[in-house]
Write a protein that binds this ligand. Sequence first.
Ligand code: GRF
Length: 207
Amino acid sequence: MFKIAVLVSGSGTNLKAIIDSIENGYLKNVFIETVVSNKKDAFALEIAKKSGINTKVFSLEEFESKEKREQAIISYLKEKDIDLVVLAGFMLILSKDFVDAFKDKIINIHPSLIPSFCGEGFYGLKVHKAVLESGVKITGATVHFVTEEADAGPIILQDSVFVDDDDTEKSLQKKVMQKVEWQILPQAINLIAKNKITIKDGIVRRI
Ligand code: GRF
């Protein structure tokens, strides 16, 4: 079994897409060992529990500092012997320690076509607002490996949607999620679980 941990902070629709892909047989031999949240009220936790998946919350109030909390998350994931850490709407930026502890074993989904509309400050609806303000006619989402620099790691998969004249931040967010994010995140997990990609000179290649 290929054991994944899904890290969440919000509504958990990408987590749901992964659960569905396991249940419908697309993701074979993939098991969600745990769902980790930094927020105890994240709806994603309800989605996990409904599917009988183990959950764990690391709220800041339980720890002396952000660093101590992060160390606790690292220890927890190490104990669980996780093969891949999937950031699915996880709103914490990971430190070098975290990234080094799971080298090339952390992926993230970002709701734009990286390298556009990404990096610090580009999260949630802010991404789609910036897309609309720029006037670009195509946007999308990206699954990438996580490195120390926000949204800058090797790109695994991307796909696009058209930006329509009547799109709003919310309609664009919905379109990007439904048409792109919920497809490419399970696809990326599948490629990694089946050992079908490699990273060479910072570029992801199929093998
Ligand atoms: C998604 O748009 C994802 O790309 C971003 O955060 C959002 C999470 O949504 N990183 P959800 O919690 O999976 O519904």
